[in-house]
Design a protein around this ligand. Structure first.
Ligand code: ZN
Length: 202
């Protein structure tokens, strides 16, 4: 079973589950809300941690995310659900190269100088939030994901590889945890998938 197929299956899930008012509404794949919930149940039954990976990755479920982070190393969890990025490097590039990031970082420094620490902190928080949104998937703020800088003359961006800032390398322990999680994720995904197939056949 391909991961791509699973993504197509899971992508509409959040929408289907949220639109509880439109009972019986079906996504283009012909799977309704009830079927998805039943399939999620099956996945949970097979592997609770694996089901939490599915929910964290495809439904933005923060509770599932918290449960995973309480049990497994953060980098392993983020890697498994495709969210491992080098956030610190992205943020520092964002403050140097993104127009909003640069302007607001300057404002935060100025606020700090005149003793408005709290306001400065709020501004920094906003920069971090915008950075998280604008650099999803590790898009390099210096070259905007093109992998090339234009000034003074076109050259390869020194901050990234092909427009992406590489995620940090996992330690051996984190790799080990990642492998275990991937195994459970696969189990849960398989249970989910078989349930959907049997629902369709019914
Ligand atoms: Zn770059």
């Amino acid at each position: 079973m391909s991961i791509e197929f699973l993504s197509r299956l899971f992508e509409p899930m959040a929408v289907s589950i949220e639109s509880s008012s439109s009972r019986g509404a079906r996504n283009p794949d012909g799977i309704g809300r009830c079927e998805i919930l039943a399939a999620l149940n099956a996945a949970e039954h097979r592997s609770p941690d694996g089901a939490d990976c599915i929910k964290a990755q495809y439904m933005g479920d923060l509770h599932a995310m918290k449960r995973l982070l309480a049990k497994f190393p953060e980098n392993a969890v983020l890697s498994v659900i495709g969210m491992l990025t080098n956030q610190q490097k992205l943020l520092s590039l964002y403050k140097r190269h993104n127009p909003f990031g640069r302007r607001e970082a300057k404002r935060a420094r100025e606020l700090e100088v005149i003793g408005k620490q709290e306001l400065a902190e709020q501004v920094r928080q906003r920069i971090a939030e915008r950075c998280l949104r604008d650099t999803q998937g590790g898009i390099c703020p210096a070259c905007n994901g093109t992998g090339e800088l234009q000034k003074p003359k076109p050259h390869d961006c020194p901050n990234c590889r092909d427009g992406k800032v590489e995620p940090p390398t996992l330690t051996q322990d984190e790799r080990h945890a990642e492998a275990g999680l991937l195994w459970m994720y696969g189990d849960a995904a398989q249970a989910f998938y078989s349930r959907v197939v049997s629902e369709r056949a019914a």
